[in-house]
Design a binder for this molecule. Structure first.
Ligand code: PLP
Length: 391
């Protein structure tokens, strides 16, 4: 089946957060969901489930466990056991839950900025201390390349640091970390006796030649101190149907996670289980086409900005549908986000929310939308900057 990603579909009437949070004259390319209908087999499975008519509690799905185990073997070339999977509604829930059971009040949670804002809230939410090791953002021409600064990472860790939250593929800088980088990270985590929480929610959105390496595949020594988080929600555009999973190899850690999860009454919805299984079993054809479309959107942004905003810099996105754009050269009044929303009427994410004022001249753009939406948004930003310069 051939899917059409070019059609714009009205979403405000569904109370979509992306489309209703900002004023109606603002074109929203911010929060990470896509403006595309999901795969036909997922819709079919949901219709069948809805037709059953009874929506009682569901705590488990042996068939979803089975397909996740298969996916890790076939797509990520590593073996996980069915009983190592714990289902969760969402990954933000899982991150906060893990922090609650790791260390004690005041112990450190390490993250790499700029990063998905809820990572930065985890320590605050769970009475832990925030430890931030900024990535190095190097500009060459119009391209920003984000790398781990190993000296900064070593210097940031304290004896109280107990947990490291990795984002791979990385939101917002779009890196898909390489095997050498991940091996060095694993060595770092082991040496400092940390728990590694690897958020891999964007794992299925990578652009060749970049390939996602899942954390359980890095080295067996890591597994006792590793929690890998995943979900089909980003790749298959199911963010409003909560269902994700944690892979926890260490039995006592898994027991603590399960106990906390049970105490909080945290489990996916029954239609979440249904949609996730259909995504992983039958969503491949849609995903391949979505990735090709996203890749062409990524390339379009690069070509467009290079030509029309030559002083801007942006990441060459290896994975995710999120671009990270530096508009500092234009010295936009009030910061890049405010300028884009107020003057260009384009709703992006404020760079500052990814790690503070150091990123106030950056914006994050979500290119999971029809090309026409993307083009209109970029034109509006370019025009607003041009009008400002000639005003
Ligand atoms: C890295 C990362 N983790 C987690 C989430 C959200 O996950 P959930 O909706 O499952 O809480 C997002 C959403 O954009 C994300 O980018």
């Amino acid at each position: 089946m051939i899917y059409n990603f070019d059609t714009s579909i009205e979403r405000r009437s569904t109370n979509s957060a992306k489309w209703t949070f900002m004023p109606p004259d603002v074109l929203p390319l911010w929060v990470a969901d896509m403006d595309f209908p999901t795969a036909e087999p997922i819709l079919r499975a949901l219709h069948e489930r809805v037709d059953h008519g009874i929506f009682g509690y569901q705590f488990d799905s042996p068939s979803l466990r089975e397909v996740i185990v298969e996916r890790f073997a076939n797509r990520y070339h590593t073996t996980i056991e069915s009983q190592e999977i714990v289902f969760v509604p969402g990954l933000v829930t899982a991150l906060n839950l893990v922090s609650r059971i790791t260390g004690e009040t005041g112990s450190g949670v390490l993250v790499q900025s700029p990063v998905y804002p809820p990572f930065l809230n985890v320590p605050k939410n769970t009475e832990r201390t925030s430890v931030t090791a900024p990535l190095t953002l190097t500009r060459t021409g119009s391209t920003i390349y984000a790398e781990i600064d190993w000296d900064v990472l070593e210097a940031s860790v304290t004896p109280e640091t107990r947990m490291f939250i990795l984002c791979n593929p990385h939101n917002p800088v779009g890196r898909v970390f390489t095997r050498p980088e991940l091996e060095r990270l694993a060595e770092f985590v082991i040496r400092h006796d940390l728990l590694l929480v690897s958020d891999e929610i964007h794992a299925d959105i990578t652009f060749a030649p970049h390939e996602h390496i899942t954390a359980p595949a890095i080295t067996p020594e890591l597994r006792s101190r590793l929690i890998t988080l995943g979900a089909p929600s980003k790749a298959f555009n199911l963010a409003g149907i909560p269902c994700g999973f944690a892979i926890i190899h260490n039995e006592s850690l898994r027991r603590r996670f399960n106990n906390e999860s049970f105490a909080l009454g945290v489990f996916p919805s029954n239609i979440g289980f249904t949609a996730s299984e259909a995504a992983y079993r039958e969503g491949g054809e849609w995903l391949d086409q979505a990735l090709a479309y996203l890749r062409s959107n990524r390339d379009f942004i690069e070509a467009y900005l290079t030509e029309r905003l030559p002083d801007a810099a942006f990441t060459h996105v290896e994975g995710t549908y999120l671009g990270w754009i530096d508009l500092s050269a234009y010295q936009l009044p009030g910061g890049a986000f405010k300028f884009c929303i107020e003057e260009a009427k384009v709703g992006l994410n404020d760079g500052a929310t990814f790690g503070g004022a150091a990123y106030k001249d950056y914006v994050r753009i979500n290119f999971g939308c029809p090309r026409s939406t993307l083009q209109t948004a970029l034109e509006r930003v370019v025009d607003a900057i041009a009008n400002r310069e000639t005003a």
